[in-house]
Design a protein around this ligand. Structure first.
Ligand code: TYM
Length: 329
């Protein structure tokens, strides 16, 4: 059976971008594939070296995974730092990862811009650790948002390179995957192209209805179209994109028609969008809050997942060591 794997960094609550870019796919895929979903706490240190509450952040993502419908009896849910085999494979893959290509990665170049005071080696080799995450379970499908595509291409390259260097057909080449459609990028409420944790332009899964309404009502728009079928400005286009993923098709069609005939009132559209988001998120928020408090359950889930993940990871690492030539005396 094909293997699916994906992860999310624990750097705050998850937002609609994470949900529609990745998490929703996890939930759909778990019944069709053998799935591994994890919390990338080691990766989070590349941007947050001294988090105030690392454990609390991991717990948050775990509760959010479970509340969104990942079933720990079906999929394997684990925490990256619980699996030491990943770090060893990372070390081995680093030997065949070239600095020039890592320096050219778009995500690294962006981080140099956004955190110039902390351009650490972990940031540079971030894609190598991500490749280790994926290859350690020989996953072939990786449900992620569009921003992660470059990392998946690097992972495929490392898989290929390993096979060529050691003249084996060992690692499969994984692909970025989105269930049934193209890779998704959910835009921000501020007119920017991507909803993000640090951008402050998103709706979190745990946002209360009044917070959601306030955020949506203050989303960026414009003064309105002045001629039929006018091209949309970024803010308006973003609202329509978000509406397409949370609202019914005829709701979207209704507001599109109003826009195209210059009769749209953005206030009405925002009210509708806010209510549709509230309807969508209310059951999820309630579950997150319940699960977050249930330490016994969370411990059980993590122990079970870590055992399953280590079984698969240690098998791969044993084989990789043998292929490279490490031998016991
Ligand atoms: P992270 O924590 O930044 O984001 C988690 C997932 O959410 C997706 N995402 C979005 N999708 C659509 N629209 C958005 N606005 C949006 N914002 C975030 C991301 O694409 C991602 O799928 N490098 C990864 C974590 C990782 C990983 C892995 C993923 C580590 N190892 C192995 C897959 C496989 C990351 O930073 O995700």
């Amino acid at each position: 059976m094909e293997i699916v794997l994906s992860g999310i960094r624990p750097t705050g609550n998850l937002h609609l971008g994470n949900y529609f870019g990745a998490l929703q796919n996890f939930v759909k895929m778990q019944y069709e594939y053998k799935c591994y979903f994890f919390i990338a706490d080691l990766h989070s240190l590349t941007t947050h070296p001294t988090p105030a509450d690392l454990h609390g952040n991991v717990r948050t993502i775990l509760a959010e995974y479970l509340a969104c419908g990942i079933d720990p009896d079906v999929a394997t849910i684990f925490v990256q730092s619980d699996i030491p085999e990943i770090s060893e494979l990372y070390l081995l893959l680093n030997m065949n990862a070239y600095i020039g290509e890592l320096e050219r990665t778009t995500t690294f170049k962006e981080k140099i811009r956004t955190q110039p005071d902390n351009v650490n080696a972990g940031l540079l080799t971030y894609p190598v650790l991500q490749a280790a995450d994926i290859l350690i379970h020989k996953a072939t499908k990786v449900p992620v948002g569009k921003d992660q595509k470059p990392h998946l291409e690097i992972t495929a390259k490392y898989a290929r390179r390993f096979n060529q260097l050691y003249k084996v057909d060992y690692f499969p080449e994984p692909e970025a995957f989105n269930f049934g459609e193209n890779l998704v990028k959910v835009p921000g409420l501020d007119g920017s192209a991507k909803m993000g944790k640090s951008a402050g332009n998103g709706i979190y899964l745990v946002d209360e209805p009044k917070v959601i309404r306030k955020k949506v009502m203050s989303a960026v728009t414009d003064t309105g179209p002045t001629e039929p079928n006018q091209q949309m400005t970024d803010g308006v286009k973003n609202l329509f994109t978000i509406m397409t993923i949370v609202s019914a098709q005829d709701t979207v069609a209704h507001f599109k028609e109003k826009y195209n005939s210059c009769e749209i009132r953005y206030g009405d559209m925002k009210k509708q969008l806010a209510e549709d988001i509230v309807t969508y998120l209310t059951p999820i928020r309630e579950k997150i809050n319940d699960i977050y408090k249930d330490n016994d359950y969370l411990r059980k889930v993590v122990n079970m997942g870590s055992e399953k993940a280590r079984e698969s990871a240690s098998k791969t690492l044993r084989e990789v060591r043998e292929i490279i030539g490490f031998k016991p005396f």
